[in-house]
Design a protein around this ligand. Structure first.
Ligand code: 13P
Length: 243
């Protein structure tokens, strides 16, 4: 794999029953074929991981989880371990998504333990960071994201097993995005704080209309896509924007 091959990852969040998920996975696989300019990944809800993995088999599209527990197994009702995701066919897992940090009170230390669990299981950890609107307006965005990185990345990080996703909280699901200059500035700041050649994705209201501009920015190595990843045609168009 060339250094920093672009990665476009779809985070399906809590969407899709079996039939929808399999149909979407098949549509993604059919549209991308094997000749795409970037690496592609879909992260379905846990109930769909196995079925989506089967639907994607042979397509070259990867499979990821949306979260994992820090422990490998045990009395943690409702949780899923990184080992379980690996066993179900995943290569990646998202940790520290803002909907976990803010909706479930996860701290940097929690995210750090989950990233370490991902590595223990042999998964690539996609570690999410991002400031709130109030933090951006207060001029603290870089400071906040730097602190999240410092607290969320376990020792031993390397480009082979880490992807960082910059997702401003206020841009997720809102149709709002930072200016290109703000995205570039944040990615440059992140670049100086992570191991060389680690990929940095932008996430937050990426769609077929803005993907080309965002993906052309320096230090943007791909996208973490929410809503638009639920439509195979939009996801394909975003992947095409990597060219
Ligand atoms: P949207 O693309 O729907 O804004 O979601 C982004 C996101 O949270 C991806 O993890």
């Amino acid at each position: 794999m060339p250094e920093r091959k672009r990665l476009v990852a779809g985070n399906w969040k809590m969407n899709g029953l079996q039939a929808d998920g399999v149909a979407l996975a098949r549509a993604v696989a059919a549209r991308v074929g094997e000749r795409h300019a970037c690496e592609l990944l879909v992260c379905p809800p846990a109930t769909l991981v196995t079925a989506v993995g089967a639907a994607l088999a042979g397509s070259g599209v990867g499979l990821g989880g949306q979260d994992c527990h820090a422990a490998a197994s045990g009395a943690f009702t409702g949780s899923i371990s990184a080992e379980m995701l690996k066993d179900a066919g995943c290569s990646h897992v998202i940790v520290g998504h803002s909907e976990r940090r803010h909706g479930h009170g996860e701290s940097d230390a929690d995210v750090c333990a989950k990233a370490a669990a991902a590595w223990r299981a042999g998964l690539v950890a996609i570690v999410c960071v991002g400031e709130t609107r109030a933090e951006r307006e207060a001029g603290q965005a870089v400071e906040v994201v730097s602190a999240q990185l410092a607290g969320s990345l376990p020792d031993g990080a390397s480009a082979a097993r880490l992807v960082v996703a910059y997702e401003p909280v206020w841009a997720i699901g809102t149709g709002l995005t930072p200016t290109s200059a703000d995205i570039a500035a944040m990615h440059a700041a992140i670049r100086g704080r992570i191991p060389p050649a680690t990929r940095i994705l932008y996430g937050g209201s990426v769609n077929p209309g803005n993907a080309a501009e965002i993906l052309a920015l320096a230090e943007v190595d791909g996208a973490l896509v929410g809503g638009a990843s639920l439509k195979a045609e939009d996801f394909r168009a975003i992947a095409e924007a990597c060219r």
